[in-house]
Design a protein around this ligand. Sequence first.
Ligand SMILES: [Zn+2]
Length: 499
Amino acid sequence: MPKKRPNKNSFVFFMEEFQRREQALGRKFPGGLKDVQCDPSCNQQWRNLTPQEKRPYEEMAKNYKVQSGARGKLTTTGESIAALEAEARRKQEMEENMNMNIIETVNMANRKNSLHKKEFFFIHVNYFCRDIQNNLSYPAEFALARFSLEKGVDEIYNEILSVNIPLGKRYEIQQHAQNTHKISRDLDCAQKDFAYMYNVFTKMLGTDGGKYPPLYTTKELFPVVNDLLERFCDAGDTNVAIFKVYSIELLFTHLRTACAQRVDSEGFPTYMIAENELKKDVFDYTPGIECAYHKLLDGTNVYCSKSIVKRWAFTICDFCCADLGIEMTPGIHCPAQNNLDYDGPIDSGVQGFSMNDKRAINTMTPSCDLYRWKVSERTDEEERRRRLNSKKISIVDYGKPENQHLIDDTNLNDSAEFQPPVTPSQACALPPDLDVPMELATQRSLREPNTKSYAEIGAPPPVPLWDDSDFPTIGGRGRFQKSTKENIPMFGRGRGHST
Ligand SMILES: [Zn+2]
């Protein structure tokens, strides 16, 4: 909430003028207006002023009050309306500038016939959690990709991050991670050195006329990307203003329009279509384009920053390459035929990523992996001992004569000679020399037919041949308890235990 502007009356304006006049003569007022107010000569001069002489100061105070009144109008949440309007105007101006700059960049490259070679930088950031009140976010992973329509994404810088997060955010982090990227904040192998990352990041961007090229991301990620850049700049001891964050939706719109003009067709009439196409993300779940960490976690590649920047590139190429006459190469402009075999362009960042850290995987189960592994995992030594001590498997083939029906498990390795065992019921039902088909041999034997109920045949139920009181169960659970109904005393005090 903005600070309230202090009230100023005509005497304050007189004191300000007195201060300026005396300072010009060499006097100093270290306490500011408080010192001026205590000055006896100032008070004396003010008292000696005629009403006409005081009028200019009163006019100044009146104007000031009018201005303060306009500024002082607040919203129901206590925010200054004027400040909010100024902020909205600033945002609109920024958006217009961004739009103009993107149009200029694309059109200039188009005029020079170098649109296919023009390089753009995409950035995506995953975060652990966001502090909406303080407008802060805590990054978990980022990917910076260099893209051109001709080469697709030819370089990526990707890192899993480790940042300090204030206490009390654990649940929020866990929930967000489990629903999305599943990055644990306790990874030992995550990158903590922001100064190092700043160097690699800026080196990859390179400068054009002393300025870094704009970074393109989706509009909803603007605050998260800005927070990451601020961390870089803090570590690099520079100002975040050196980076410009632009909308990838607008870039896509203008690229599509420029490409369509080449073949006399129409581009996207509004940037909403570009936004929608990026949101549709038709290349989601493309395998083999995620980072080393997300490769090991099933179903998380859709959230991986590295995978996302590549999918943005695929989507843009899908709409733009054909009009520029660029042949769609699998793995560069669209997903590879078999992405698992695709090595991809030069990747830096998350390399040699080790999954030895057992805390790396967040699971959807409430118990943590450390606990589950501790109680259930066998060590190599235990597993080896278990296998050595295991008994041989004996299979009984009732289809063979009694002295031959034991099959030695050493024959099991020879699958060609192995016949599935026949169940006892089939052995009885079929002649021993009949070939039993595989599907029949593996079926269960038939149950006995159900007998008719006593009610149906009209007979009284049989009297049980044994009685619990005659044959009590010996000890343990399910032990027979004699009915104690007859021992319950009549109602009285103390739940029937009174005497
Ligand atoms: Zn990833």
